[in-house]
Design a protein around this ligand. Structure first.
Ligand SMILES: *[C@@H]1O[C@H](CO)[C@@H](O)[C@H](O)[C@H]1NC(C)=O
Length: 185
């Protein structure tokens, strides 16, 4: 399954009715689930595109992973925005990506945004990576209201000789047992 949302009933809290783990592996439905929405639209950045490990000399991080996304244009900020998901103060988003950077300006940056109707869209989490070669797993704790609808935007600048691939991600709500939130489980 490409997109998984697990609902775990919480027995402990009266104020949170459920906690949802969200995972996505970019294997299916990328064009329906991701777009140049929101901040990506604002900055008019080129999007990301699907690629396949079978076309590269890079081994995928999991035997069930055959696809990734990569920036579509070199030497420019590329941006793609996720589907909306429910996020929480203290939740974590975690990305698995591959970097081989040829230029000092190359990087990947991942930001979460709150996006509730009739309110300002605000940045609730951010990470920025511009070093390290190979697979990396990076996570960020989000802030914002106790619970809100939002999306995650993935930015990258990549020069022609650089490789930037995003394999998968997950969102882990606060207090959830991470072993119950597996991307390739
Ligand atoms: C990319 O790599 C090739 C081969 O090493 C080199 O000739 C070329 O100048 C590089 N291009 C850039 C933009 O650095």
């Amino acid at each position: 399954m490409a997109l998984k949302i697990f609902i775990l009933l919480s027995l402990l809290t009266a104020y949170v009715a459920s906690d949802s783990c969200v995972t996505y592996d970019f294997e299916e439905n990328f064009d329906n689930l991701f777009s140049t929405y929101g901040t990506c639209y604002t900055i008019q950045a080129p999007s990301w595109v699907i690629g396949e490990y079978s076309d590269l000399d890079i081994a995928s991080p999991n035997e069930r992973s055959t696809k990734f996304i990569k920036p579509s244009a070199n030497d420019r900020a590329n941006c793609v925005a996720s589907f909306h998901l429910t996020m929480h103060f203290g939740g974590i988003y975690e990305f698995n990506f591959y970097l081989d950077l040829a230029d000092d300006r190359d990087n990947i940056q991942i930001m979460s945004f709150s996006d509730e109707p009739d309110t300002f869209s605000a940045i609730t989490g951010i990470f920025f990576v511009n070093s390290g070669t190979g697979w990396q797993t990076v996570r960020t704790t989000v802030n914002g209201p106790a619970s809100y609808r939002g999306y995650i935007a993935i930015f990258s600048m990549a020069s022609p000789n650089s490789t930037v691939l995003v394999d998968s991600f997950r969102y882990i709500p606060p207090g959830m047992d991470e072993s119950l939130c597996q991307i390739y489980g």
